[in-house]
Every structure is written in structure tokens, then in C-alpha cells.
Write a new protein. Structure first.
Length: 90
């Protein structure tokens, strides 16, 4: 089994447990890691969905957590840049 696929399965289990515990910050962090994993798997659409969800949660729960929000935005910009969608990357 591919290591990326193994990592994806583990992350899904962790995410499901975090959702059950209703810990939104953990879910946001897991979504960020999912996005990073999907980037490595060359699945940019899935990566962006995860980054969008992570950003949404962060802005809702901790709107002043600027470094965490900036990290997500940076990851999103990298995906757009790799896809040569330069306007979206700005």
C-alpha cells in the first residue's frame, strides 16, 4: 500500500474522532494536513477543498490567530501557483 494512501486512511480516522469530540481546532489542523497530503498526491482540487475548510474553521473559531490563517492561505497560494493560476495565488 502506498504511504500516501496509508497516511490518508490514518488521517480520516483521526478526523472522524475529532469531529465526534467536537474539537474544531483539531479538525482545522487535520484539514490542513489533509490538504498538504493531497498536494503531495497531486490532487490539487481535493487539497483546496481541505484548505478551504481549514480556513473557514480557523476564521470562525479563532479569527485573530493570524499566523495559523496565514499558513493556510500560503498553502492555498502554492496550489494555485502550481496550477499556473497566478491571480488566485495572489
Amino acid at each position: 500500500m502506498n504511504r500516501h494512501i496509508e497516511a490518508e486512511e490514518v488521517l480520516k480516522r483521526v478526523r472522524d474522532k475529532s469531529i465526534k469530540l467536537d474539537n474544531k481546532l483539531d479538525v482545522a489542523e487535520i484539514q490542513l494536513v489533509f490538504g498538504q497530503l493531497y498536494c503531495r498526491m497531486k490532487k490539487p482540487d481535493q487539497a483546496l477543498q481541505c484548505f478551504d475548510r481549514a480556513l473557514e474553521i480557523r476564521q470562525e473559531v479563532t479569527p485573530t490567530a493570524l499566523p495559523a490563517i496565514a499558513k493556510i492561505l500560503h498553502e492555498m497560494a502554492a496550489v494555485y501557483f502550481d496550477q499556473q493560476q497566478y491571480q488566485m495565488a495572489l
